[in-house]
Write a protein that binds this ligand. Sequence first.
Ligand SMILES: C[S@@+](CC[C@H](N)C(=O)[O-])C[C@H]1O[C@@H](n2cnc3c(N)ncnc32)[C@H](O)[C@@H]1O
Length: 89
Amino acid sequence: MKKINSKGENKYGHTAPYPEELVQYVINRTIPYLKENIRIIDPFLGSGTTSIVANRMEYNSTGIELNENYFTLSCERLENNFENLSFNF
Ligand SMILES: C[S@@+](CC[C@H](N)C(=O)[O-])C[C@H]1O[C@@H](n2cnc3c(N)ncnc32)[C@H](O)[C@@H]1O
């Protein structure tokens, strides 16, 4: 079991980011049941972990985030992790 930080801010500046391994596990377990044109959606994007992992696995992704600071943080993390990224707002 992996402990998820629930107190204070972590290194990404978000209090409760998902571990990347968790996102990758869920995507890998779900993909076999889906068809083509797969898009990974996280309606609670936070620091952007889901989109980072999805992009690394070469899937398009959509993220929704209420908190403007976390939204900016997730965009920064995505820009820092990937070149030639295109955003649609
Ligand atoms: C547990 S965090 C998600 C963490 C994220 N998966 C990550 O790895 O950083 C939940 C996020 O949902 C956002 N949130 C809460 N209510 C929301 C809503 N109604 N619509 C969009 N985002 C919301 C919060 O601001 C918070 O960043």
